[in-house]
Design a protein. Structure first.
Lengths: 812, 164
């Protein structure tokens, strides 16, 4: 191996920041990667779910006798077989694997079968006789506010009484003197926006395989395409009434998640129970139509934003009100509500702020977390609102933002600790690269540019269920041949967590990513990671990996130091060698170093862990929004809007993202471009449409998403702010870059044709309608005109945070 | 025992150069036969309705959706799947480029995308960006935004032309 000419690691990283192919790339490109549906076990049965044909109905009876006696059928389950409620959040334990008493949405699982093959399983479903009594469905936020319609939730309190409620969760918070803030304003503004629901559409349909080892050992193994093996493990223990140590969950490589595989699902629980009752392995793979019913996607959100501004463009106050259509279950909803109010404050210095949010239940597939979880909707509203204000004040939209940016190393008004922040640089880059100043307001009619910014978490500061334990742990084992194996429960959902982990360990140990073996996402073999959600894995598992690797390096360095007589502080690990930085010829290659370390410091096993600092704000609801760091993004979109047809074609997107530090530049840029893609889909086409509460478009053909032909060129810029707490300074990239693109599209349409579509998706019919209004001399706008009446109650009043000098404490 | 016992039918296929003679259920698609009878699970499915492109394989050199093709229809055909791209332990130029540009994130669309790309390069060794977009427009990807895939096809095309 060549010896590096660089004498110390301090002068730069060897593999962090590189462009190596991901370690899983070639297995994926050769068809070797084993996803959940690729698993085949001897005697395996096929599982299928019977789903409700009704939106809202009482379950009067289920007769499975004909199905159960069909030759080839080995097991049938109904709700009574799995009576224990569960839900991803401790405050929303409102689901059953199979419906009990009533069904809440068209597509809800009602019964499950396991049979010898697919045809038999399908025939068995047809033989199950279910009697329903239909109830009036709740199909919208307005319906949910109507006291004359029946309640969806039949949850019982401790005394067994019904505590039905349509309102799933509400929050009302007030930071500082909001009336005073508005009183100081020269001008106040108010706008209403609506963001329609949409779904993840992962290319892989959810799948799970269960295997049961009979008593006395009685062990369950479940393979599943899940983003949250740990929470699934906990849910299985609860619902199946099994000790956790008798359950092994293996998350298989996830063929697309985007948040849609972050809840425990009926098919996972039914696979497990059917394997237990039949004594045979059972596989469930959802059909594409079923994936649309499993959903947990973007909440439809109705929003009202009010702000106060000085004439010079200084923000004095903001009041933000949201109503979320949650669908039929709680899911992540209690957090989703607060996320619609949490991160507006992270990009701008908002002196006083009020937030009111409510989530209602409706008879539709349950909503949950989709890329950006609860923040793309308010970001769309806020950035379009600011674009309008910029016009009114006669200030360039970019300058209006620059005037109100949050300072790095400061607290937001709602007590979020902002550390590294490259938002100003991101804005300046896209301003320059896009030629904004020469284009905005100056392009020919029909062509326009739009601008917006965004920010996202680097991991939720708090775990989903309250505990004080670490949020991620990593173990490293080195064998006598020098082989390094990393163990982590982090699951790669395509975001590149596998490669991130091996790159970090390789960097610290002076090896190459492809030299490192990885065992991931297996509750028997790997130490905790809470899951691939909230953009937490690089920050949390990455930091745990840094610590484990440094401890391994310490062990090896101590042995090499003793062997060579070189002080530890002079040793460097690089390019597969451990050597004296002052005399690189003195050293030994990695396998030899491992040889001496195996004698002196056996066993060569280390571990590291990560827990966020205490970050939660001192108020109820203060657990949503805190993160150890925030990513920042700015984007300019240039597009053509045909005034005759309303069709929008995006020509180019410039996007700059504060990544902290790119662990792998190819992966980071891929996440940025992928986020732009998903944002454009949401901005222009993607929506769940319902006809009388029935999902109209549960297929890939009808649920339109961008193809190669709609995707524009994207120019990506990375800003590296070197976060003081991120692993090698890294922050998140999987979600944040989606946020500014949707409002930037809306703002560009205004720049192109002078109309506002305050509603996503911005389909051609809405553009044409707004142009027609414009032609009639009406307000050139399409969007909501009112919010339903709702009493949000008295706010929790929170004093502004003390602006400690975070810069002195944390800045590098 | 299945609920609708059907007599199996023998189908001869040459898959990636190997001759197979399989006794299959006549109603089964080529996708099902590849995955369940030939155990070639590299070919994926995302809809089984001809809408996503994931199951694309080459049938006698032409890219087709294996989910819309009955296996009995292609009796005697040559089938190429993702498992047949690499040869002699060497990655195919497309596969190598795929890794370099980051054209797989979750990887679930990769097999079908590679086969569509291979078909394109066989008939057009120097495709323009527009030609790549059009040739691959029937294959969906939710992760990459397609840009890295286009770059991978371009990179592989250059190398394959150089090698030819």
């Amino acid at each position: 191996m060549a010896v590096t000419t660089e004498p110390t690691q301090a002068q730069g990283t060897a593999v962090v920041g590189g462009t190596d192919p991901k370690i899983d790339a070639h297995a994926k490109a050769t068809g070797q990667t084993v996803y959940a549906d690729d698993i085949h076990l001897p005697r395996m049965l096929v599982g299928r779910l019977l789903r409700s044909p009704h939106r809202h109905a009482k379950l009067l009876s289920i007769d499975v006798s004909r199905a159960a006696s069909l030759p080839g059928v080995h097991g049938v389950l109904t709700g009574e077989d799995l009576p224990i409620r569960y839900g991803i959040m401790p405050v929303a334990q409102d689901e059953h694997a199979l419906a009990l008493e009533k069904v809440r949405y068209h597509g809800e699982p009602v019964a499950a079968v396991a049979a010898i093959d697919e045809e038999t399983a399908e025939e068995a479903l047809r033989l199950i006789e279910v009697k329903y009594e239909e109830l009036a469905p709740i199909s919208s936020i307005a319906d949910a506010m109507n006291p004359n319609l029946p309640l969806i939730d039949v949850e019982r309190d401790r005394d067994g009484n019904g505590v039905g409620r349509q309102v799933n969760r509400k929050g009302t918070l007030e930071f500082g003197d909001v009336p005073g803030g508005f009183a100081r304003a020269d001008r106040t503004y108010e706008d209403l926006f609506f963001f329609e629901g949409n779904t993840h559409l992962p290319m892989e349909e959810h799948a799970a395989v269960a295997q049961w080892e009979p008593e006395p050992r009685g062990r369950l193994t479940l393979w599943s395409s899940t983003q949250v093996p740990h929470y699934l493990h906990r849910t299985l223990a609860r619902v199946l009434e099994l000790q956790p140590n008798r359950i092994r969950v293996i998350a298989t490589p996830v063929g697309g998640g985007f948040g849609g595989k972050s809840d425990p699902f009926a098919h996972e629980i039914c696979a497990a129970r059917l394997a237990m009752v039949t004594g045979r392995p059972v596989k469930f793979t959802l059909t594409r139509e079923e994936v649309f019913y499993a959903h947990r996607g973007r909440h439809p959100v109705l929003m009202r934003v009010r702000t106060g501004f000085k004439e010079d463009g200084t923000l004095t106050a903001m009041a933000f009100r949201t109503m979320l259509d949650g669908g039929a279950f709680g899911s992540y909803g209690p957090a989703s509500v607060y996320y619609t109010g949490a991160l507006q404050t992270v990009t701008y210095d908002i002196p006083t702020y009020k937030f009111e949010g409510v989530r209602v239940l409706t008879n539709k597939p349950p909503c949950g977390p989709k890329r950006g979880h609860g923040t793309p909707q308010p970001r769309f509203a806020l950035e379009c609102h600011l674009d309008k204000i910029a016009v009114d004040l006669g200030i360039d939209p970019i300058d209006l933002r620059l005037r109100n940016l949050i300072e790095p190393y400061s607290y937001s008004i709602n007590h979020l600790r902002v550390t590294s922040c490259g938002l100003r640089e991101c804005i300046e880059i896209v301003d320059e690269a896009s030629g904004w100043r020469a284009k905005h307001g100056k392009l020919p009619y029909g062509r326009g540019v739009g601008f917006a910014v965004g920010s996202y978490l680097c991991g939720a500061g708090l775990p989903i269920y309250f505990n004080d334990m670490s949020q991620s742990e990593v173990q490293i084992k080195v064998d006598r041949g020098g082989g390094v194996t990393v163990y982590s429960m982090a699951i790669d959902i395509g975001q590149g967590s596998d490669h991130m982990l091996v790159t970090i360990v390789a960097e610290v140990l002076g090896l190459r990513p492809r030299d490192i073996a990885l065992v991931a996402a297996d509750t028997d073999l790997t130490p905790i990671d809470l899951g691939s959600y909230s953009s937490r894995v690089t920050f949390m598992a990455g930091n745990a990996a840094v610590q484990a690797a440094q401890r391994m390096r310490d062990k090896v360095f101590a042995a090499v130091s003793a062997d060579l007589g070189v002080p530890v502080e002079r040793l460097v690990a690089r390019d597969g060698r451990i050597f004296d930085r002052d005399d690189p010829d003195i050293g030994m290659d990695w396998p030899a170093a491992v040889g001496v370390a195996s004698v002196l410091h056996a066993p060569l096993v280390t571990a590291g862990s990560y827990k966020t600092p205490k970050l939660a704000g001192p108020y109820k609801g203060g657990g949503v929004g805190p993160s150890p760091a925030y990513s920042f993004t700015a984007s300019v979109v240039e597009l053509d809007c045909d005034p005759d047809t309303g069709v929008v074609e995006v020509d180019r997107v410039w996007i700059a993202h504060d990544i902290g530090k790119a662990i792998n530049r190819v992966s980071v840029e891929g996440q940025v471009v992928g986020s732009v893609y998903m944002a454009l889909g949401e901005a222009l086409f993607e929506e769940q449409t319902f006809r009388r509460g029935y999902l109209k478009n549960p297929s890939i053909l009808e649920y339109r998403s961008p193809t190669f032909l709609e995707m524009p060129e994207v120019e990506t810029f990375l800003v590296e702010t070197d976060d003081p707490e991120g692993p090698f300074g890294a922050k998140e990239v999987g979600q944040g870059p989606l946020l500014p693109v949707i409002p930037a599209v809306a703002n560009a349409i205004y720049d192109a044709v002078g109309v506002r579509v305050d509603e996503v998706p911005i389909s051609p019919d809405k553009v044409v309608k707004a142009l027609q209004e414009q032609a009639k001399g009406n307000e050139p706008r399409v969007g909501p005109k009112a919010m339903p009446e709702y009493d949000y109650g008295e706010p929790v009043r929170v004093d502004p945070p003390d602006q400690l000098s975070l810069r002195e404490v944390l800045a590098p | 025992m299945a609920v609708t016992p059907t007599s199996k039918q023998l189908v001869a296929l040459n898959i990636n150069g190997d001759d197979y003679e399989l006794a299959i259920t006549p109603s089964h698609t080529l996708l099902e036969v590849l995955r369940e009878d030939a155990h070639l699970t590299g070919t994926k499915h995302g809809c089984e309705q001809g809408e996503c492109g994931l199951c694309t394989v080459l049938i006698d050199g032409r890219p087709q959706f294996s989910c819309l093709t009955l296996a009995v229809e292609v009796h005697g055909s040559e089938i190429r799947t993702v498992e047949g791209l690499a040869s002699g332990g060497e990655l195919h130029p497309l596969q190598r480029a795929w890794g370099e540009t980051g054209a797989s994130q979750c990887g679930y669309c990769t097999s079908g995308m590679l086969m569509s790309a291979q078909a394109l390069l066989e008939r057009n060794p120097s495709p323009s960006r527009t030609e790549i977009r059009e040739a691959l427009a029937g294959n969906l990807c939710r992760c990459t935004g397609y840009q890295a895939i286009i770059e991978a096809v371009e990179l592989a095309a250059v190398r394959m032309r150089g090698a030819a």
